[in-house]
Design a protein around this ligand. Structure first.
Ligand SMILES: Cc1cc2nc3c(=O)[nH]c(=O)nc-3n(C[C@H](O)[C@H](O)[C@H](O)COP(=O)(O)OP(=O)(O)OC[C@H]3O[C@@H](n4cnc5c(N)ncnc54)[C@H](O)[C@@H]3O)c2cc1C
Length: 428
């Protein structure tokens, strides 16, 4: 039995009705057919579903959690784009070429430079698109979208919504999905990709609530299943980031790429490894060892605490190994010098996390931090258009690898890897 396409139906525009529709459809039949299956309800999946819907495809989202619980909601610091709203130190304007230069340099010259060019050219458009869809970016006094410095970037390039950028953007996109009445099969756990004669023709999924197995057939399937951080014991990632998408693709014969490149974030809260955004250092926070020394002066005399993440993370580990860290293996992120106004206005989420999970108010005391796994640079091997070697199977977002990051991702490229879906939209 084939599900009704809700575009032709007359449903209420509420999350409940959409999810109920999916659930009712699911109970009505355990076989479903759609043009496009998007596996994942994070920023990548929702953005792709929106674009596919607008191109006239019958698209559904399948997610093992409610989309708003996807890991994307935790993204803090922001998105890089060369809007040029804030001048560089030498009063020059930012440009996509400078963004591309920083990205390639930051990748240890191992990124795919064509992909980097595409990403950096598209970045400003992505930020403005989110703005038009409803994301509430932080603002400069002149009303333009605010931008702050981030590691490895030659300009203040990171657009942000306080330190809750992912929360803001994910809610924006979910609203768009709801408004379009795109069905969401939530709490459906995809268990295998189905192939026939060298083509991906659908998938199987477990309805977590009932225990039923469902079959989905499609013209195309897009994996948007996020990273694999939870392979590591110390990770900033959500508990659901367990490499499902990468494993499913591998089982279907699709190779992974750059899996040796794993990003460790320098500043995760000691004990829980919850992220303390790079935005904290972007706003002027510094790292100090137990001798009170600003040790990044020794490792990166020019960029100091805002050197690329791999450099700062390795420097902290070095301090730990050489006995200049606190006994249990952490150093301090000192934000006290920013003053309560900046912390409350620009880093309220960080402050609350430090209070709740370490019992430290960053306005008054330095925060104990250590490096932890943060981002999966490698993933499902895709081309610039998101296609894999298996016809009908595409991938985008953190589960995929176009090699735009090479050996080291500069922070904050959230949402920018979604320009790659043009091929997929031809499936109609
Ligand atoms: C704490 C933290 C802060 C970050 N801050 C930033 C930032 O400021 N800027 C930035 O650019 N990046 C940031 N990142 C990285 C960024 O958040 C992620 O790269 C991005 O959100 C990934 O989005 P995604 O849509 O690809 O995957 P996710 O948001 O992880 O979504 C994955 C989706 O796949 C679904 N899924 C997975 N497996 C299955 C399965 N088997 N069956 C069904 N569904 C499945 C999940 O339910 C989920 O909906 C941060 C990362 C962390 C850990």
């Amino acid at each position: 039995m084939v599900d009704r396409n809700p575009k032709e139906g007359g449903m209420d525009i509420t999350t409940k009705s959409i999810n109920q529709d999916a659930a009712i459809g699911a109970h009505r039949s355990k076989m479903h057919q759609h043009d496009l299956l998007v596996v994942g309800g994070g920023l990548t999946g929702l953005r792709a579903a929106m674009q596919a819907y607008d191109a006239g495809l019958d698209v559904v989202v399948i997610s093992k959690v409610n989309p708003l619980r996807s890991h994307s909601v935790a993204a803090q610091g922001g998105m890089n784009a060369s809007l040029g709203n804030v001048k560089g130190e030498d009063i020059t304007d930012d440009s996509w070429e400078m963004h591309a230069y920083d990205t390639v340099k930051g990748s240890d010259y191992l990124a795919d430079q064509d992909a980097v060019e595409l990403m950096c050219r598209e970045a400003p458009r992505s930020v403005v698109e989110l703005e038009h869809l409803g994301t509430v970016w932080s603002r400069l006094k002149n009303g333009k979208i605010a931008q702050r410095p981030f590691g490895g970037a030659g300009f203040p390039r990171t657009c942000y919504a306080e330190d809750r950028t992912g929360h803001n953007a994910l809610h924006t996109l979910f609203e768009q999905v709801v408004a379009r009445r795109i069905p969401v099969y939530e709490e459906f756990f995809v268990t295998s990709l189905v192939t026939n004669q060298g083509m991906c023709v659908g998938l199987t999924a477990l309805d977590i609530k009932t225990g039923d197995i469902h079959g989905f057939s499609s013209k195309a399937t897009l994996m948007a299943t996020g990273g694999f951080g939870r392979i590591f014991s110390r990770s900033t990632n959500a508990l659901i980031n367990t490499a499902d998408g990468q494993a499913l693709a591998m089982d279907a014969g699709v190779p992974l790429k750059d899996m040796e490149f794993v990003q460790f974030h320098p500043t995760t809260l000691y004990g829980t490894n919850i992220l303390m955004s790079e935005g904290a250092r972007g706003e002027g926070g510094i790292l100090v060892n137990k001798e009170g020394e600003r040790f990044m002066k020794r490792y990166a005399p020019n960029s100091l605490d805002l050197a690329p993440r791999d450099v700062v993370a390795r420097s902290i580990e070095q301090e730990i190994l050489e006995g200049r860290a606190y006994d249990e293996g952490y150093v301090h992120l000192d934000l006290t010098r920013l003053g309560s106004h900046i912390i409350k206005e620009k880093l309220p989420g960080i402050r609350q996390i430090a209070i709740d999970f370490a019992g430290v108010d960053p306005i008054e005391k330095p925060v104990p931090i250590q490096p932890g796994q943060h981002y999966s640079m490698g993933g499902i091997d895709v081309d610039k258009d998101g296609s894999t070697i298996l016809n009908g199977l595409y991938a985008a977002g953190e589960c995929s690898c176009i090699s735009v990051h090479g050996a080291n991702r500069l922070g904050e490229i959230l949402y920018l890897k979604q320009w790659c879906l043009e091929g997929l939209l031809q499936i109609k």
